[in-house]
Design a protein around this ligand. Structure first.
Ligand code: NI
Length: 180
């Protein structure tokens, strides 16, 4: 496994639209290596999610997990999850606002409206069909990472740019105003 460099905003690969990963190559050594690299890189950078284009792999693959619940002040762990060629097939009417960060926009936090729940379909890391109904933080992670597959960053989803903050100022002024 290799820790790969996570590209930051400004690199063209972060803004590119990705291709579906060939289904018949899921489970190949190159695929398994890519997934391993994505998890190792995400963990090394202390992220909860990562999309393949962030390590310059132009495919529709995303991963996420939440092990350290304290760090993110969340109640529930989220098991390591791989989604290949995912699509949102259903979502709630209502949206919720909460703060997000991104490994491609280090040191920034922004308040982003997202659907409260989504249903996503795709393939898992073994090529099996997967359908996941997610709510709350997991739903937020899925929407954030799915956006990466089309070159969209969380700042593009913000509707109030006064709610963009550097990390230090976020802890100082905004952490307690949390989600709504
Ligand atoms: Ni991100």
């Amino acid at each position: 496994m290799t820790i790969r460099r996570v590209l930051r905003a400004g690199h063209p690969a972060v803004r590119a639209s990705c291709d579906p990963y060939p289904e018949d190559r899921i489970g190949d050594p190159a695929f398994d290596r890519l997934i391993d690299d994505m998890f190792e890189s995400m963990r090394d950078y202390d992220g909860v999610g990562l999309a393949a284009p962030q390590i310059q792999e132009p495919y529709r693959i995303l991963i996420y997990e939440l092990e350290d619940t304290e760090r993110y002040d969340r109640d529930e762990r989220i098991d390591p999850t791989v989604l290949v060629n995912p699509t949102v097939v259903d979502h709630s009417e209502n949206t919720v606002r909460d703060w997000e960060g991104c490994l491609s926009l280090p040191e920034l936090r922004g308040e982003v409206p997202r659907y409260e729940s989504v249903t996503v379909e795709g393939l898992d890391g073994t090529g099996e069909s997967i359908r996941r109904q997610a709510t709350g933080f997991e739903a937020r992670i899925i929407q954030h990472e799915l956006d990466h597959l089309d070159g969209t960053l969380f700042v593009d989803r913000m509707d109030d740019m006064s709610r963009l903050s550097y990390l230090k100022e976020f802890h100082q002024f905004h952490e307690s105003d949390g989600s709504s």
